[in-house]
Write a protein that binds this ligand. Structure first.
Ligand SMILES: Cc1cc2nc3c(=O)[nH]c(=O)nc-3n(C[C@H](O)[C@H](O)[C@H](O)COP(=O)(O)OP(=O)(O)OC[C@H]3O[C@@H](n4cnc5c(N)ncnc54)[C@H](O)[C@@H]3O)c2cc1C
Length: 163
């Protein structure tokens, strides 16, 4: 997709749950948002596929289409030994498919008017008096604000001296 050439309000690096939820919230509030994601969704992610009840409560839209089952019982184990069985009538957690879940969250941000460039890797940023210039392996973008949501090995945080 061709993107409008302009200065975005916010550029978000990384379209995992953190980036997509930031994108959703900001786009819904009327900000012009661009997400930059190095992989192409749906992408695989090492994940147990569990979503806690508390996490779900923070999601401000319905996620039923991507919840595969509700967990109401289980076992707490330590070093291979069962410590305690747990059983509830209320949900303990939900099971999701991570590639599908992350794609769904990103779609919510796009539905609010956010833009996304997939398959584009953030390389570096440069801050000037009134803008931030964000360089990827393919383009240079301009923004008033930059959010690093690029995961545990965040290159944005590293460049900002926040690691
Ligand atoms: C083995 C394992 C199992 C887990 N199981 C669970 C579980 O069952 N339930 C649970 O809630 N949590 C689980 N987690 C934790 C969960 O995966 C993380 O908390 C979550 O992914 C954090 O989301 P995020 O958006 O901050 O980062 P991420 O999901 O890591 O998203 C970061 C995104 O940034 C992109 N990116 C990175 N670098 C760049 C770059 N330079 N340019 C552009 N894009 C970039 C990546 O491609 C990625 O899409 C598990 C973690 C591990 C390691």
């Amino acid at each position: 997709m061709d993107l409008p050439v302009k200065t975005y309000d916010v550029i978000i690096v990384g379209a995992g749950p953190a980036g997509s939820m930031a994108g959703y919230t900001l786009a819904q509030a009327g900000f012009e948002v661009l997400l930059l994601e190095k992989s192409v969704f749906p992408r695989q992610k090492v994940c147990g596929g569990g979503l806690t009840v508390r996490a779900r409560k923070h999601i401000p839209f319905e996620i039923n289409p991507v919840v595969h089952s509700t967990v109401r019982w289980g076992f707490v184990q330590s070093r291979g030994r069962m410590v305690k069985p747990i059983a509830h009538t209320a949900p303990i957690a939900y099971l999701i498919d991570r590639p599908e879940f992350d794609t769904f969250l990103l779609q919510q941000a796009l539905d609010q008017g956010g833009y996304c460039r997939m398959g584009e890797r953030f390389i570096a940023y440069e801050q000037t008096a009134d803008e931030i210039h964000i360089r990827t392996d393919q383009n240079v973008y301009h923004s008033r604000c930059l959010i690093g949501a690029d995961g545990v090995h965040s290159r944005v945080a590293s460049q900002a001296g926040l690691m």
